[in-house]
Design a protein. Structure first.
Length: 136
């Protein structure tokens, strides 16, 4: 999904939410998982408050994924583009999330990853319990 040139932040947000929900529904209808990959916001498309806009965008994507995953839906995860550590400036392409510069974004990503991991652990636990019951 790309940003919509010439549209307001509100219009882009509404489009993003609709786009995510449509893809989750489509995946559920064919009983396939959906992984949202290489999403991000280019700095050139953002105003001076770029970190807040990026955080809002990432939060919307991760919230849709978590909502689906927590209900046993089709969304299984998200891979944003792309995380940079100190010394990786050569890889800047406008979509980067430098760990040392965007602590709020890094925190958001970590929190969402932990939430999804808790879902995975619960599912894993249920599968193990079912396997024990079958063996006994």
């Amino acid at each position: 999904m790309s940003r919509l040139p010439g549209s307001s932040n509100e219009e882009q947000t509404l489009f993003l939410v609709s786009w995510l929900n449509d893809h989750i529904k489509d995946a559920q209808s064919i009983q396939k998982p959906v992984l949202f990959a290489e999403f991000g916001v280019a700095r050139k498309n953002m105003s001076s408050d770029s970190t807040a806009i990026r955080d809002q965008f990432y939060n919307l994507v991760y919230s849709a994924i978590y909502s689906s995953a927590s209900d046993g839906g089709a969304a299984t995860g998200g891979l944003f583009w792309h995380l940079l550590a100190e010394g990786m400036d050569a890889f800047n392409d406008g979509y980067e999330v430098p760990l040392d510069e965007n602590s709020s974004t890094a925190t958001l990503i970590a929190q969402e990853s932990q939430k999804l991991n808790r879902i995975r652990m619960k599912k894993s636990s249920r599968v193990k319990n079912k396997a024990r019951k079958v063996r006994n």
